[in-house]
Write a protein that binds this ligand. Structure first.
Ligand code: NG6
Ligand code: CA
Length: 511
């Protein structure tokens, strides 16, 4: 009996020891898990402030985005850093303003704009233990010099912080019309090599200029290059037929990639930059979205974008990851109706206001150029609500560093501020000043908006866009609290304020 007792005692002690150990381990893991939520940025292309239901859209419904807003924090004064794509994406990923690197809209055969070795948001999260991926639109260039479409496309996303990439290299309207997975074009037949030129015609595929009868949409002269999938593109290409995407399938392809990546990495923290190709031109959503809006293909593309957003939530729910995942939904620049293809966006827009109450849109220095929908969703952690804190996407870098306990070096993310409290609704206070880049600079300070005289030449085609650009040879000052639509330049009534804002702007630029 003595041995039995001792045996039982030992067994008890052993069990107590094991359970204490397990308890310890889970205690240690719990706070770590809570500090390292998965992070997903759903980045829509060209979605305007007023283009989704919760921000006032008409003509299309966006139930999934609206759900994000009703359960998350809806920001009403959040900005892309620029009113065009490449500059905004550069700033989002590097925490540095695009002008510091001379970033402008890139052609489809440009070399990689972010130099390997530059501190990046995904690179910082890798150090914090995250697995990182970009799925969708890239538009930051590939390779050194000319991209090697038939070989190894390097450096690219995986050299600047992403563990995995599945991308549309530039825009839907630019050649080559192929996906790139890590360093290679997907489904390329080695016998049918790809050639690309932005200077002159190559190969013998039909081009839009000569064969308008083959086109789904009529296009302007810049978009009248090689025809792929009945859509003429900017630039010329030949070969690579087995690798061509089909425009109507892109959302499905990207959603499948998104789902696979999340499933694969569900057990450890991941960062996904889910960069949708909707709602940029050419707008050819999947056939099942045809007629989902009253606004033609632009509205239908919004419906498709909403579906892709819902797909993310569905995957998270299915895997039980919803409470441990921070999702930010936003856009790279403001809206445009006619961006080169005749898809009736202007004729069918009706009472819908793509830029909401704001003036301008894509390419513009007025508010609608950079003020975009922005929703932060993290059920259980973020109280549902609305916030008018002034925040910029350049702040995601420092904010996520703070969230995940990463210290930033001085050379990291020079323009990024930690706005974590504003992004999670703990505070209403955002930035005191905010820079907007167009073909000039604008500065926000509270309700004041200063637009500097135009500094960069605009491309010739800009004059056809019918968007008020805000580009003038003289300074402009607006009071957004009294004049949301930037109609009255009050610089003469407020010379001191004008001078002060000009100085602040100069300091930021020269910093
Ligand atoms: C412009 C294109 C426009 C669009 C834009 C980039 C012309 C006339 N227009 O050069 O269609 O592709 O670049 O859009 O060529 S963005 O959202 O990637 O900035
Ligand atoms: Ca864009």
């Amino acid at each position: 009996p003595d041995t039995i007792q001792r045996y039982l005692m030992n067994k008890w002690l052993f069990l107590i020891f094991i359970s204490l150990l397990l308890g310890q381990m889970s205690c240690r893991q719990k706070p770590a898990a809570a500090e390292k939520p998965n992070i997903i940025i759903i980045y829509v292309d060209d979605l305007g402030y007023g283009d989704v239901g919760c921000y006032g859209a008409g003509g299309v419904s966006t139930p999934n985005v609206d759900l994000l807003a009703s359960k998350g924090l809806m920001l009403t004064d959040a900005h892309a850093t620029a009113s065009t794509c490449t500059p905004s994406r550069f700033s989002l990923l590097t925490g540095s303003y695009a002008f510091r690197n001379d970033a402008a809209i890139l052609p489809g055969d440009a070399p990689l704009l972010i130099r390997p070795g530059t501190p990046t948001l995904p690179g910082m999260l890798q150090k914090a233990g995250y697995t990182t991926a970009v799925i969708g639109k890239w538009h930051l260039g590939l390779g050194n010099g000319t991209p090697q479409w038939n070989g190894i496309l390097k450096p690219g996303p995986t050299e600047v912080g992403f563990d995995y990439s599945f991308i549309v290299p530039a825009t839907l309207d630019r050649v080559p019309t192929v996906y790139v997975e890590n360093h290679r074009v997907v489904n390329l037949d080695a016998q049918d090599t790809i050639a690309v030129s932005y200077e002159h015609r190559i190969g013998n595929l039909p081009i839009g200029l000569e064969h308008p009868e083959l086109l789904k949409f009529k296009a302007d002269s810049q978009h009248s290059g090689t025809i792929v999938d009945s859509i003429s593109r900017i630039g010329f290409m030949s070969g690579g037929r087995s690798a061509w995407w089909k425009d109507e399938d892109i959302a499905d392809v990207l959603v499948k990639q998104m789902d696979a990546f999340i499933r694969k990495h569900q057990k450890s923290p991941f960062f996904l930059y889910f960069s949708l190709t909707d709602i940029h031109v050419p707008r050819a959503p999947a056939y099942r979205f045809k007629g989902k809006s009253t606004m033609g293909s632009r509205g239908d593309a919004i419906a498709e974008m909403d579906w892709s957003t819902g797909a993310v939530l569905k995957t998270l729910d299915a895997l039980g990851l919803t409470d441990n995942t921070l999702v930010i939904f936003t856009s790279d620049n403001g809206p445009v109706l006619d961006d080169g293809y005749d898809d009736h966006a202007e004729q069918l827009v009706g009472a819908h206001r793509p830029g909401g109450p704001f003036k301008g849109g894509k390419y513009s220095a007025f508010e609608a150029g950079t003020r975009v929908p922005a929703i932060v969703y993290w059920p259980g952690k973020i109280k549902p609500g609305t916030s008018n804190a002034l925040v910029s996407q350049v702040d995601f870098f420092a904010s996520f560093a703070a969230l995940t306990g990463q210290k930033l070096d001085e050379r990291d993310a020079p323009d990024s501020f930690n706005m974590l409290d504003a992004l999670t609704g703990k505070s209403d206070t955002g930035r005191t000043t905010l820079l907007e880049e167009a073909y000039t600079f604008a500065l926000r300070s509270g309700a004041w908006k200063y637009i500097a005289p135009q500094t960069r030449p605009t491309p010739g085609w800009m004059s056809n866009k019918k968007i008020p650009t805000g580009l003038e040879p003289f300074p402009q000052l607006y009071r957004l609290d009294a004049d949301t639509a930037e109609l009255h330049n009050v610089r003469e009534q407020y010379p001191d304020r004008t001078a002060e804002m000009k100085n602040t702007l100069t300091k930021i630029i020269q910093d």
